[in-house]
Design a protein. Sequence first.
Length: 546
Amino acid sequence: MTSQRALGIAWRWGPPVLLIALSSALFAYLLARFPYNGLYGQDAYAYFYQAEALWRELTGQPQPPFALFSANGLYWPVGYHLHLLPGFFLGWPEAGRVLTLALAALTPAVLYKVVGELWHTATTWERTFAGLVSGAVLLLTGTYTRTGLSLMSDVPAVFWGVLSIYCCLRAWPPLERAEGRRAGNLWALGAGLSLGLAVLVRYSSALLVPAVSLYVAARLYSYRKHQLLQEAKGIQRLWQPALLLALVGVAVALSPQVAYALAHDPGPALRAWSVENLFSKTVTGPDGTSTFSQPMIVFYLLSTLANVGTGFLSPFYLLSLALGIWLLVRQSDLAVLLLLFPWWFISVLAYSGTTYQAHRFALTFMPALALLIGVGTSFVASRLREEVLRRRTVGGIQWGRTTTAATLVLACVGIGLVQGWRSVEQWAATHSAFNEQEQQVVGLARGTVAATGEQGTPRAVSFGFSAPLYHYTHWPILDFFLHDEADIQQFLAAPEPHILVLPEESMSTQWAGTPSAARWQWIQRNYKLTLQGTSGAFTVYRIDRR
């Protein structure tokens, strides 16, 4: 009896523990082979230094002079900054990244549990295999892994979002599992808390709300239709407390954002969204005009399915994806369909109306695609297993059409996983190269200052490179994306040596016609600029008065 119980526990928890171990091993391998500090672009630095400023404010410490970031006007919700605060509390700022890595390692395991709840008509073996494949597909998606290695909010938001869906499925389970039981109130509370935390980390996680709401509404309708409780008012006792607790959980999770908004200036407004962007290749927004190779909706709907080189899924997964869709439709569970497909398509439409083709945005719905691929792959693996067991003879397996087709599909998934592995390595190497490139630009800036022979703390006017330059030098820096000509003139009036760092080529392309381009032209007219060199996309100038 004890051995059977131990076997049951191992069968239930062994696969998700395996996924956690594999995720952790993958991250350790990548960081050992491709050193990367988790900081790139501007956003990761902003998260880190905004969190540091918030920590200084909460603990009454003074802000450093000329701090590039403050605790006011955060660019994003406060949730990910709170994820980073334990690092400052421990005196080990990198601890915030450790938490990010931990959530990235846990997410495939949580997705495994979601698969088992959604595909409730399958056997235990089928659900287990599907969950393992889904977790592996997500883990070996280049965009997921590279963002999970970074000091960014995207993957933590995915973790809390997927966890909220799992808790929701446990609170309002499929009919086959709901017989004779009431709604799981604690699971409902967990669903609300997790969903609220996902939104607290990234506003775009609110795109899960329609899917979750439709699922719960359809599930409650099914409960009423099948009369799971005999009492006349039993249905109300089934769902009312659970729904209330879920809403309480959301409110509690979002309370830090309310507290922040009451004590600070609001951050920048949300970026403009337009239905016209859906089918456009050229879009204009706060970050200038960008022209892409494909329309916005093609990028988010189709490229995510078959562009492994850019960090999305392999086209070799497509057959399994189609099979997964067919199986869940054939399951005839309306609530599951109302959860899964709005999770995918509402996110696609929402992002297609923005002005960004950001690969990491697709992470909001990437778990849904991985889930479908896992279900389809498990289906063919199960058919192959049955064929092998049924047709095994002394001479070997009888290779019929089913066996051949199933083997072909599984081979395609295997090829897709190998391609995903290569994509993951490629992106880890790319981010490691990003760090090296940043160091080269910083080295060029330091050399420029040293060559002037002037005394005093250098001052830098920058565009697009302000955060890395501040991180490595802690010089006073003015970013002319945020400051006008009067601020620039006042900043450059000090006697210290001055330099300018910017992506010069893009100022006449992407940023043409913007206030930032006008400020760059104003600087050229009013100051003497001496070219010091170029590294990658960035050019360094020495600034002198005319």
